[in-house]
Design a binder for this molecule. Structure first.
Ligand SMILES: Nc1nc2c(ncn2[C@@H]2O[C@H](COP(=O)(O)OP(=O)(O)OP(=O)(O)O)[C@@H](O)[C@H]2O)c(=O)[nH]1
Ligand SMILES: [Mg+2]
Length: 318
């Protein structure tokens, strides 16, 4: 895309949605290149209604429109390149379309339908020429935040939650686990700072293949790094591609690392051989994050003779 938006709150030139909701950014008065003005006059105006989202993955500017409407849950999907993060997300989207609930809540909309559909399209039979396949590798960009996929969910009590799922390239987490302040790990740092819950994917195929030693070290390093930041937030270790079976020694080594660094974490297995298992994995993270943790009880002695003064509330993650 050539040109920029002059609105400092809009990042449409970075591939995000127009902050003012124009479906064609060239029609926005803040868009600046002459090229785009020509494009605007050449195409007649779109008759559809203006909404402040485009259907593409959300960025920071879009979040401010969304999070003000109610409680949102950000789930950080962590894992090396090829660990199965995008596949797990798409599998859940397809399960919701089939009517499955997620943490007992039903699908109630999405502001990123375009992004979901462009990933899901890879997995469908759409013509005889192209058989279904896995979605492609998530491209490594330099953007400030990962693409965020959105689902609105409504629980049986009609409570609405906006679920935001990070779909980031695995290289970010590998860089971050090796060097925490690496410049190209900014996206990983953002996720770890803001997420309400984490899923850490351990690739069972790599953990049982010829590079299993290196794969084990990478997962261990990631767990150790996350352990320094997790602070009690719900975490699920996902043994992805569970149709492959890593040896017991490797499993035990990772279980020990998990106990040491993130003792409250739970574990699940999932594989594309069972769509249900993909949904169960995300279910575990969302269920824990849906209801905020209660404040810890006030402990005696109460200083200053005022119980109110010792109230601490829960830890905020934002
Ligand atoms: N056998 C098996 N292979 C899987 C499964 N899920 C994913 N794969 C394979 O793993 C590859 C990578 O999956 P992705 O979901 O793209 O992995 P990712 O973690 O998003 O990777 P990056 O975007 O590169 O970080 C796929 O292309 C499949 O070949 C599974 O359940 N079983
Ligand atoms: Mg991916």
């Amino acid at each position: 895309m050539k040109g920029r938006c002059s609105n400092s709150q809009c990042f449409v030139h970075d591939g995000e949605a127009c902050a003012l909701g124009h479906l064609r950014h060239a029609e926005c008065s803040s868009w600046t290149t002459t090229e785009s003005k020509v494009e605007a006059t050449a195409s007649p105006s779109v008759t559809s209604a203006r909404v402040p989202w485009s259907g593409s993955a959300l960025g920071l500017a879009d979040l401010s429109n969304l999070v003000s409407r109610g409680r949102s849950i950000l789930v950080g999907m962590l894992g090396a390149h090829d660990a199965g993060k995008t596949t797990l997300l798409v599998g859940n989207y397809l399960q919701l379309l089939r009517g499955r609930t997620l943490a007992e809540a039903r699908f109630a909309g999405s502001r990123t339908l375009g992004a979901w559909e462009s990933l899901a399209a890879w997995t469908r039979f759409d013509d005889a020429a192209r058989p279904p396949s896995f979605p492609p590798h998530t491209p490594r960009g330099t953007s400030r935040v990962p693409g965020l996929l959105h689902l609105a969910l409504r629980d049986p009590k009609e409570d609405l939650r906006d679920l935001l799922l990070t779909d980031a390239p695995g290289e970010w987490f590998t860089r971050w686990s090796i060097q925490e302040d690496a410049p190209d790990a900014e996206g990983a740092r953002w996720i770890v700072r803001h997420a309400d819950a984490f899923m850490v994917l351990a690739d069972s195929a790599r953990l049982s293949g010829p590079t299993r030693g290196q794969a084990r070290n990478e997962v261990r390093q990631l767990l150790e790094r996350l352990g320094n930041h997790v602070d009690g937030r719900p975490t699920v270790l996902v043994w992805s591609k569970a149709d492959h079976k890593p040896g017991e020694v490797i499993r035990e080594a990772l279980r020990r690392a998990l106990d040491e660094h993130i003792p409250h974490a739970t574990q699940v297995e999932c594989s594309t051989e069972s769509g249900e298992s993909l949904a169960t994995a995300l279910d575990a993270a969302v269920r824990d994050a849906w209801t905020p943790a209660r404040a810890s009880p006030v402990l005696e002695p109460v200083l200053q003779h005022q119980p109110f003064a010792v109230f601490r509330g829960t830890r905020a993650h934002s």
